[in-house]
Design a protein around this ligand. Structure first.
Ligand SMILES: [Zn+2]
Length: 137
């Protein structure tokens, strides 16, 4: 007799994946944000209160960490960048930093909220929400 069971996904990774896609970490189908980075709560699909997760400064912190390593690291490592004219270095890196930061911020904030959902690290003062639904990924 063989019993096949589907592997149970780690809720933290499941929440991270859903948050990176800017989807509700509870149901994976509703949008997580209203506009750029304003959390949409409750979720229009499942009614989960996504505002109970405190992303606060974690999203900008991890975004700055990523962009800093991606953009500033090469500036410190490659000598041909040191020898280039300053107008060329600033003219290329500053727009790159701006674009990367604006693109990564909602993704990272979604990942932070998704990770908090997976760890059940919700704000204590909020009313409880419906239990996690077995949504699609
Ligand atoms: Zn939802």
């Amino acid at each position: 007799m063989t019993e096949t069971t589907a592997p149970v996904p780690n809720p933290v990774f499941q929440g991270l994946r859903r948050g990176v896609r800017r989807r509700c970490p509870n149901c994976a189908s509703g949008p997580l944000f209203l506009g750029y980075v304003k959390v949409l709560s409750p979720c229009p699909t499942c009614g989960h209160d996504n505002a109970q997760y405190r992303a606060d400064d974690a999203g900008p912190y991890f975004t700055i960490l990523l962009v800093g390593h991606l953009c500033i690291g090469p500036l410190l490592i490659f000598p041909f960048i040191w020898k280039s004219p300053i107008w060329l270095v600033l003219g290329t890196t500053l727009p790159l930093i701006l674009v990367l930061t604006l693109l990564l911020l909602p993704v990272v904030k979604g990942a932070v909220i998704g990770a908090q959902w997976g760890m059940k690290a919700a704000r204590q003062s909020r009313a409880s929400s419906p239990p996690p639904a077995a949504g699609r990924d």
